[in-house]
Design a protein. Structure first.
Length: 786
């Protein structure tokens, strides 16, 4: 072979390889050339599903802060009278409130709700803790690793997070000695694994610090154990660290582990608590046995094997979806600089792809079967009194955190949330009975780890019985995307049905013969109403999903008949005086309101009662509302708006909102109006840090490329002009299909729909005509060139 042709062949192979392994070659890495000083905005998150840790990367002393999802203050063990916030017999005041509302006596109705339908924390007891017996998610503590590195100038410093493999790294050199650290969460072993290497022997001092009470501390067989308890409820927990070293010695004195002259140190880190997600006691896990087993199962395995096991487990999920968009710039700049450049020059989509895959990274790192559901901060919390208790908010936040799960082929990661939903049914039934004398279950705005399902302890923010219906949408979606009818039958449908019973009982007839939700408040915006639109849309969505589920399961009974009757009688979305979609039954929307919650657009996203194809007038009204609310907001509000505009098929506007979401933010204080964006570690800034915006943004990017909520697989429904050429692989749709799409010059070039052989469906390209398709005997359907 002539040298030239060999070169051509090599180039060809290289190009082919680049294309095939696009994901592999993509620089999916966050990196920085300075250590993190600040936890919220700079430290890098890793996790094994159960535990979330933040890595700082200081050469002189590594700092690993961590939390385990089940560690909470509050609950029944903090107060023997804890009762899920319930006010007994509250329902006796309901007819009076309804009468007031019918008469138009809104003020009187509102004060009676504030008095009677408010959740009760602490049951009269005095608590010093901010959230009383409601509790807060807790940090477990901090591990500090002092490194006696050589004195001298630190060179070639790099702190990074490789999200292709889910490994955080720190590298630096001092006077010819190289120091390398690696950190990852191994889900199969339920361990965190930290590795410190140096080209010359190094000594270390390691200590654990926690804000909780000490029960017992000891050190045997190179294993340190700290058994502690949360002060207010005595919840037991243990942090266990096992040390493996190459050369050198290990010793222990007064809470400090000394490692002398080691070439390499591996720390296996286990953490567990006595919490059990089970009504009514929420306790009973043998956490010490779990830790012993987890450490023992890994102690004899080499560091490289633990790493290989982790990479195989992680990539099995992560590699299912690939996204390439032309213009992905290679990261010759540190991530914080890229973020700054992105927002000012707005000429690189590389960071958008990184942001998208980072959301999937965070989902895999924070939510795996058998782990606790992610909370407002996923699994990353460094506080004992976190913002909003780092709890489970049902009026947008928790749902948004799980929006990308099914869409981006991470169904398994959805499971902890689905289990959490199930755990709320029993306490939610008690709350439903005492507050409203209704059947079924409900939750309100804030939920904790201990079945708190009552309204919050302040009204109007705390009053939102719509939460359970909205949560239930996730159960239906899990079925719809996976087509797992056993799950639908045994898990989803019973819970959905109970949520529907609440609405069947709660809705009342107005003078025009419509069913309305009364009393109601639109989440955190405006006053009491004779029908907040979001409630109606949620109830409609829930009943509609119950009807679809019953059809799949072949159920035709009194409940399904009633469900249809009620669904069709619910007050429909209304268009108001200035062309807006009405937030309430009353036409009182303020055209100047910029409020972050746009609850009445639930029907557009994540619901499907409104669409550009089936209800164009309502879609136009939604547009009027969105234009009035503007393009700024808190982090999650921006994330929601990306999805709204994508559903309205306006790709450029959706992209503009994505750009606003990627606005660099430095503030850590709570801001309730504007100020949302992204921190230097690419975590979403409400501010402060909340994971919802990361996930909402990623879900929105999917909506721009692929939608399926109307029963049609819509390819490239909201492609922005700047995404001229690209390729996405492995996205999922309702009906259980998997879709790959490639496009160039803004037009589809190739798409593949995969699924069960011979399965039929409908598709459209860029909002064009709908066409039928049938998968072949291999379960494939290909669309070539548009
Ligand atoms: C809702 C929002 C707030 C915040 C909180 C956690 O109450 O209105 O903006 O995100 O949840």
């Amino acid at each position: 072979m002539k040298p030239l042709s060999r070169l051509t062949l090599l180039t060809f192979i290289l190009l082919l390889n680049l294309q095939i392994n696009g994901q592999e070659k993509q620089p999916l890495e966050l990196w920085y050339n300075t250590p993190a000083v600040d936890w919220m905005t700079e430290a890098l998150p890793i996790g094994n599903g159960y535990i979330g840790a933040m890595i700082f990367g200081d050469p002189a002393e590594e700092h690993i802060q961590f939390s385990e999802g089940t560690l909470w203050s509050g609950g029944p063990d903090s107060n023997p009278d804890y009762n899920f916030g319930i006010q007994k017999n509250a329902y006796k005041n309901l007819p009076k409130v309804r009468d007031f509302l019918k008469e138009g006596a809104y003020k009187k109705a509102d004060s009676l709700v504030k008095k009677s339908f408010v959740g009760k924390i602490n049951n009269g007891k005095k608590y010093t803790a901010e959230f009383g017996d409601y509790g807060s998610q807790q940090t477990m503590g901090d591990i500090f690793v002092k490194v006696a590195h050589k004195k001298g100038e630190i060179t070639n410093y790099k702190r990074s997070l490789d999200i292709n493999k889910a490994i955080a790294k720190v590298h630096f050199e001092v006077d010819g000695t190289t120091y390398n650290r690696e950190f990852f969460g191994n889900y199969p072993k339920n361990l965190m694994v930290y590795n410190f290497k140096s080209s010359k022997k190094t000594s270390y001092e390691i200590r654990f610090k926690t804000p909780h009470a000490l029960v017992k501390e000891n050190f045997t067989n190179n294993t340190y154990s700290f058994q502690g308890k949360v002060p207010d409820n005595g919840m037991g927990f243990e942090t266990k660290l096992h040390f493996k070293i190459t050369e050198g010695t290990v010793s222990y004195k007064n809470g400090i582990i000394y490692i002398k002259d080691a070439k390499e140190v591996t720390i296996l880190h286990a953490a567990a608590t006595s919490f059990l997600l089970k009504y009514p006691n929420y306790s009973g896990t043998d956490y010490k046995a779990i830790n012993t087993k987890n450490i023992e199962s890994a102690a004899l395995i080499s560091y490289n094997d633990l790493k290989a096991e982790h990479i195989a487990d992680y990539t099995n999920l992560f590699d299912r979806v690939q996204l390439n968009i032309e213009g992905n710039s290679f990261p010759e700049l540190p991530t914080d600089k890229r973020l700054e450049n992105y927002y000012t020059s707005q000429n690189t989509v590389g960071i958008e792809v990184l942001y998208f895959q980072y959301a999937r990274y965070l989902m895999i790192s924070g939510s795996r079967p058998k782990t606790m559901s992610m909370h407002l901060q996923g699994k990353w919390n460094n506080s004992t009194s976190a913002p909003w208790a780092a709890d489970y908010h049902s009026n947008i936040n928790l749902q948004m955190i799980y929006w990308p799960a099914e869409l981006t082929n991470l169904s398994e990661c959805h499971v902890p949330f689905l289990n959490y939903i199930e755990s709320l049914v029993e306490p939610g039934k008690l709350a439903s009975k005492e507050f409203f004398d209704t059947r079924g279950w409900m939750v309100n705005t804030m939920c904790n780890a201990f079945g708190y399902t009552s309204p919050g302890w302040g009204i109007p923010w705390g009053f939102f019985p719509g939460g359970a219906g909205w949560f239930s949408q996730h159960l239906w979606d899990h079925y719809d995307f996976t087509q797992d009818s056993e799950f639908l039958k045994s898990k989803a449908y019973p819970v959905m049905k109970e949520a529907a019973l609440f609405w069947i009982d709660y809705l009342t007839l107005d003078n025009q013969g419509n069913l309305v939700s009364t009393p109601s408040y639109s989440p955190e915006h405006g006053g009491i109403s004779n029908g907040a639109s979001m409630d109606h849309q949620i109830a409609w969505d829930l009943l509609n999903n119950c009807i679809k589920a019953a059809k799949v399961l072949n159920i035709d009974d009194d409940f399904t008949k009633k469900a249809k009757e009620v669904r069709d009688a619910i007050l429909k979305p209304k268009i108001g005086s200035w062309g807006q979609l009405q937030e309430w039954n009353e036409d009182v929307d303020d055209p100047n309101s910029k409020h972050r919650h746009i609850s009445h657009l639930f029907a557009l996203y994540p619901g499907n009662q409104i669409s550009t194809t089936n209800t164009p007038k309502l879609a136009d009204a939604a547009k009027v509302t969105l234009n009035a609310r503007g393009d700024s907001g808190t982090g999650w509000s921006l994330g929601w708006k990306v999805n709204f505009w994508a559903r309205l098929k306006d790709g450029n506007r959706a992209h503009k909102l994505l750009q606003n979401l990627l606005n660099p933010v430095y503030s850590k204080e709570i801001r309730m109006a504007n100020g949302g964006g992204t921190y230097q570690n690419l975590l979403c800034a409400h501010p402060p840090f909340q994971l919802d915006g990361n996930m909402g943004g990623a879900a929105g990017m999917v909506e721009m490329l692929l939608q399926s909520q109307t029963g049609t697989i819509e390819l490239l429904p909201a492609l922005p002009d700047t995404w001229k050429q690209g390729e996405v692989k492995g996205l999922k749709t309702r009906g259980g299909f998997e879709v790959d799409i490639a496009w160039g010059k803004g037009k589809l070039t190739k798409a593949t729909i995969k699924g069960t052989p011979n399965k039929k469906g409908i598709y459209s390209i860029k909002n064009g005509k709908t066409k039928k398709f049938k998968l072949n005997s291999k379960g494939l359907f290909e669309i070539l060139k548009y």
